[in-house]
Design a protein around this ligand. Sequence first.
Ligand SMILES: C=CC1=C(C)c2cc3[nH]c(cc4nc(cc5[nH]c(cc1n2)c(C)c5CCC(=O)O)C(CCC(=O)O)=C4C)c(C)c3C=C
Ligand code: FE2
Ligand code: FE2
Length: 360
Amino acid sequence: MGRKIAIVLFNLGGPDSDKTVRPFLKNLFRDPAIIGAPLPVRWFLARLISTTRAPSVIKNYAMMDAGGGSPLLPETEKQAEALTTSLQKALPDDQVRCFIGMRYWHPFTEEAAEQVKAWGADEVILLPLYPQFSTTTTGSSLTAWSRAYKGPAKTICCYPFAEGLISAHVDRIMQAHKAAGEPDNVRLLLSAHGLPEKIVKDGDPYQWQCETMGEMVAARVPADWEVVPCYQSRVGPLKWIGPPTEEEIEKAAKDGKNILIAPIAFVSEHIETLVELGEEYRLVAEEHGAASYTRVEALGVHEEFISMLRDEVLASLKSDQTIRSCANSRLCPSDWKNCPHKQPHPKVGQRVNPSSKELA
Ligand SMILES: C=CC1=C(C)c2cc3[nH]c(cc4nc(cc5[nH]c(cc1n2)c(C)c5CCC(=O)O)C(CCC(=O)O)=C4C)c(C)c3C=C
Ligand SMILES: [Fe+2]
Ligand SMILES: [Fe+2]
C-alpha cells in the first residue's frame, strides 16, 4: 500500500450567494495580512468597509452566472480534479487527494486542515493557486494553515517563472489575439491585482515577481507588440502600486491601440477577471475610443498549467526541503525580506536573470 498524499490548494475564496458577500468582506478586512492596524481598529474598519462596500460588490457578483456569488470555488474544483488525475497517473502506487483551503469563505483553510487530518495523510503539500508570493495571499494562507494543522507539511511558495506557467499564458494570449482577428498595432496589458505600496516597501516580493514574469511573457509575444505591466482592483484610501490598469487602458485607447488584456496573477475566472476586466474596463476602453479591446482568458485547466503544478508537487515530494519555489532554491533577491525562504538567495545582492538556465 502506497502513501496517502494530500495536496492543499490555497485560494482566496469568494461568497456563495448575495447574502454572504458582507461576511466574506468582513473576514477579508479582519485579516492582519490585509490591514496592518491593531486588532480593535482592524475589526472596526472591517465592519465599516464591509458594510459600505457590500451593496456595490453585491451588484458585481450578480453580474456573473454564479447565483449571486463567486465562481471561484467551482473553477478551483475543476483545477483540483485535473491535478488529481494528472498526479495519480504519475504516482500509480500512491493515493493522491486534493483539498481546497480558501482564506475568507468556505471551504476555509481550517476546514481543509480538518479533512486532511481525518483522511490520515502521510505527506502534505501546500500549493497556493497564486503563482507570485505575497504576504497578503500565500503568506496569510500559510499562517492560517500552521494555526490549524500541527503535523509536517511541505510548501510550494511560488512559481512565477515556471516554464509551463509562462507558456500557458503566452498560449492564452495568442489564442485571444487569433479570436480577435489577429489585429496589428497591439498593446498587451499584463494586469495583476494591486497591493498597497507600503506592503511592497516593507519587503513583499509580489511586485518584483509579477514584473519579472511579465518580462518573460513579453519576450515570447510578437516583437512589434508593446507590453505594459499594470495593477487593478485598488481598494481603500492608501497609495497602491501602479500604474493602474484603468489609466493604462485609457492611454492605450487614446493612442488608437488594439488592446489585449491578460490577467497574470490570477489563475482562474472570478469577479476580478469577468467583471472588472471583462465589463468595467471594456467600457473605459470603448469610452476612450480603443481600436479594440480583448480580454485574455485566465489559465483555468490549461494543460501546460496543470502539468506545471503536477511537476512542482512531484519535485517537492522528492526533495528533503520543506519549502521550494520553481527555482528550487530561493527566488527573491535579498531586498525582498518577506520572501518565505529564510536562506539567502544563491546570488546575494544580484538581480536574477529569469532567462538563465538556473530558472529553466
Ligand atoms: C494575486 C492575488 C491577490 C492579491 C495580491 C490580493 C490582494 C488584496 N485584495 C484585497 C481586497 C479584495 N480582493 C477581493 C477579491 C479578490 N482578490 C483576489 C486575489 C488577490 N487579492 C481574488 C482572486 C479575488 C476574487 C474573489 C472572488 O470572489 O471571486 C475583494 C472582493 C471583491 C471586491 O470587493 O472588490 C476585495 C475587497 C486587498 C485589500 C489586497 C491587498 C492588501
Ligand atoms: Fe484581492
Ligand atoms: Fe521568494
